[in-house]
Design a binder for this molecule. Structure first.
Ligand SMILES: Cc1cc2nc3c(=O)[nH]c(=O)nc-3n(C[C@H](O)[C@H](O)[C@H](O)COP(=O)(O)OP(=O)(O)OC[C@H]3O[C@@H](n4cnc5c(N)ncnc54)[C@H](O)[C@@H]3O)c2cc1C
Ligand code: SF4
Length: 307
């Protein structure tokens, strides 16, 4: 693998890779099909109460897992909103974590992009979204990563020199064109959820144009534990409004130890909206998408407290 790694793309479910190759967004010389690697598939509860999930586990398997639904409900809820049932049968958790960032100016055919003069993300040197800038703002649009961030997930990365385990929050760069810290000869092999992250109430809310199939245009995950009518611990993650999925900084400090009411949920919404930096990369205006982060966060926080 290492000799050809620069010209190689790995295929898990292929639900994003194949359409992207058809649009000539990826033009690898080689495609390495991982689907035969049985050890990279499956949900394995651990003796300490945590769980390890193979990167090739399909989103349908995640969505239908009774163990995950019971102990990590925010993950099953987020997985169940990805695309459509057919795509969830093929698409994997590893592929969702590694999903390329998206932009209206990038996810187009070669002819379309050529007509516009290309852009920084591929083949060009300017940005149509932020003209004059040198940064790509293409947006991360996976549904499960904000849920996994709330659960403090860790991932295993395997390469020629061995394996390393890192928190998922350290995986993304925040750059639209070089969005993940993964060498071309490395794979994401496993996802780990700890026992400490188990048994939080979880809610995922998502904005999309067509309820049955679309990528998120804004997404909010909330996990919460309650004790004696107060929030014992809570975290909020957002997606589809920045080049990386993000944990909302200050959310735990705002919510923990408090008794939850409308105004506290609204304050959490304001904080999440401040973290969101949507641009004109996607359908619907940035203003609307940021506003929906505020609204969904408030609703998700109230729902997590009620459930
Ligand atoms: C019509 C349509 C609607 C969609 N809607 C949604 C949606 O609502 N929400 C959403 O999150 N996604 C959506 N998707 C995208 C996609 O279906 C999912 O993100 C899916 O989880 C991708 O997983 P996959 O296994 O098919 O990835 P693949 O297409 O196989 O791979 C995706 C990328 O990740 C890399 N990759 C895959 N696995 C690994 C690994 N283990 N290690 C390193 N790199 C890896 C591949 O090389 C590729 O670059 C949609 C796709 C389509 C076509
Ligand atoms: S944000 Fe700019 S550089 Fe990035 S894909 Fe869109 S137009 Fe291209």
């Amino acid at each position: 693998m290492s000799e050809h790694a620069g010209n190689l793309r790995v295929l898990a479910g292929g639900t994003d890779l194949i359409p992207s190759m058809r649009q000539k967004l990826f033009e690898p010389q080689f495609v390495l099909d991982l689907r035969g690697v049985a050890t990279m598939r499956g949900i394995r509860p651990q003796p300490d109460g945590g769980v390890e999930i193979g990167a090739l586990t399909t989103l349908r398997t995640i969505e239908r897992s009774e163990f995950l639904r019971q102990h990590y409900p925010v993950l099953t809820e987020a997985a169940a909103t990805v695309a459509s049932p057919v795509l969830r049968n093929m698409g994997t958790l590893g592929g969702n974590i590694c999903l390329d960032t998206r932009c209206l100016w990038y996810n187009q055919s070669l002819t379309w992009r050529k007509g516009c003069g290309f852009c920084i993300k591929k083949d060009g040197d300017l940005c149509h979204v932020a003209p004059g800038g040198t940064k790509c703002w293409a947006v991360f649009s996976g549904d499960t990563p904000p849920a996994l961030l709330c659960l403090n997930a860790e991932i295993e990365i395997a390469g020629a020199s061995g394996t390393r385990r890192i928190p998922l929050r350290d995986f993304y760069t925040g750059l639209g064109d070089n969005y993940r810290k993964l060498q071309s000869n490395e794979l994401v092999t496993r996802i780990f959820l700890s026992a400490e992250s188990a048994n939080y109430r979880g809610v995922y809310r998502k904005l999309r144009v067509r309820g049955s199939i679309d990528y998120p245009l804004a997404g909010v995950a909330v996990v919460m534990k309650r004790s004696n009518g107060h929030v014992a611990d809570a975290r909020i993650g957002i997606t589809a409004v920045n080049p990386a999925p993000l944990l909302v900084k200050g959310a735990s400090e705002l919510l923990n130890g408090k008794s939850l009411d409308e105004s506290l949920a609204e304050a959490a919404g304001d904080l999440a909206a401040k973290t969101a930096k949507p641009l004109t990369t996607s359908a619907l205006t940035p203003e609307y998408r940021r506003e929906m982060i505020r609204v969904f966060t408030k609703r998700a926080v109230l729902a997590a407290a009620a459930n």
